[in-house]
Ligand binder design. Structure first.
Ligand code: SF4
Length: 360
């Protein structure tokens, strides 16, 4: 939406100037503290957006706010880097321009369009979501969190991301990277407090919560890194309690520890989903290597991917003989995996055990 990306330059320039002055003396600037500090959150948001206007990553398609396109990108980027997801989503949405178009596609067609992304369950989950959108919502992606989170393959994080980016909902998608930034600002990685601050920033975002989310993610990727954060270049350092405590030499951080580990390794389920899911998103979004790229032919995941690749490369509709070992897997393991893929709806088998991608 153009309105979401429009930037009021004057207040942003003032905020950027304030941010460049660096952190205020301890106590002079109160760090945002849950929803009780909307003024601080607004100032921090302005500094963040000013920085993002000049320093944010330029990713083709990122400003597309079409709800279907946003949903496709968000599902893809659950375990794929955001730049790759944006490019793949553009191609995918050309093949399936609406939820209704995807809803009637065969699993085989969807899996072929998903080639190269890995984690193929997401492809079938997205197809199931498209069917639910068609049946329950007249073919239009719903904008409310409750409806979004009921879609197959859409967890709380993805629901928030779609609601904020496509509909301007004042909620913040908090993945492990955003959680690291906000956890440091608060000097407290507690999920509830981090989410509250994220939502506060979203509420103060003047219709641009998606852009604020992008800015936080870019800040996490480029400056507030898990290790060695670049605090001297950080636009929100003035509000960051972690930096303040380090600068003042106070507290446990001055003794050499860092909140990084606590933030990056949540021990329990978070607002973004499971810890492992959150970590996968972190790896995917910020280039630590696609989580699906397991190079070891001894893993069952590799075998599933290998078999699906073979069937995807076969002529559409043709049956393939899948007998024989693959990697370190013997023929029995291959048969068992093919049977599992059939039960899960990825492939179909004929009477002689030959396989092809599911056509229905
Ligand atoms: S000041 Fe440092 S620790 Fe705080 S948000 Fe910025 S980069 Fe992260």
């Amino acid at each position: 939406m153009a309105s979401e990306n429009a930037v009021d330059r004057a207040p942003l320039a003032r905020a950027a100037k304030a941010a460049r002055r660096g952190p205020a003396p301890t106590g002079a600037v109160r760090a945002p503290d849950e929803p009780s500090a909307p003024a601080d959150a607004a100032a921090m948001r302005d500094a963040l957006l000013a920085w993002h206007a000049s320093n944010g990553r330029s990713l083709p398609g990122r400003d597309d706010r079409d709800p279907w396109h946003v949903l496709v990108v968000e599902v893809m980027s659950q375990q794929t880097q955001i730049d790759r997801s944006l490019a793949a989503a553009a191609t995918f949405c050309t093949a399936f321009p609406t939820p209704s178009a995807l809803a009637v596609a065969t699993p085989a067609a969807v899996l072929r369009a998903w080639a190269g992304l890995g984690y193929n369950r997401r492809a079938l989950a997205l197809r199931a979501a498209a069917q639910a959108i068609t049946e329950r919502h007249g073919g239009r992606v719903p904008g409310d969190l409750d409806s979004l989170v009921e879609l197959p393959g859409v967890g709380p994080y993805t629901a928030r991301a779609v609601a904020a980016r496509a509909f301007g909902a004042t909620v913040m998608p908090v993945d492990v990277n955003v959680r690291r930034v906000l956890g440091r600002v608060l000097d407290d990685p507690a999920p509830g407090r981090v989410q509250a601050l994220g939502d506060l920033l979203a509420r103060s975002a003047d219709g641009r919560p998606g852009t604020v989310a992008d800015a936080l993610m870019d800040l996490a990727a480029g400056i507030c890194r898990a290790r060695d954060p670049g605090c001297s270049a950080c636009p929100v350092s003035a509000w960051c309690r972690w930096r303040t405590s380090r600068t003042a030499g106070a507290g446990h951080h001055a003794r050499g520890s860092s909140p990084t580990g606590a933030v990056a390794r949540p021990a329990s389920r978070t607002a973004s989903g499971t810890a492992s899911g959150t970590a996968s998103r972190a790896r995917a979004r910020h280039g630590a290597g696609p989580a699906g790229a397991l190079p070891f032919p001894r893993t069952r995941r590799w075998l599933r991917g290998q078999l699906l690749r073979e069937l995807r490369d076969a002529p559409p509709g043709a049956w393939s003989d899948v007998e024989g070992p693959r990697g370190t897997h013997d023929p029995a393991a291959v048969r068992e995996t093919i049977a599992t893929l059939a039960r899960e709806g990825f492939v179909e088998l004929d009477e002689s055990g030959r396989a092809r991608l599911a056509e229905a």
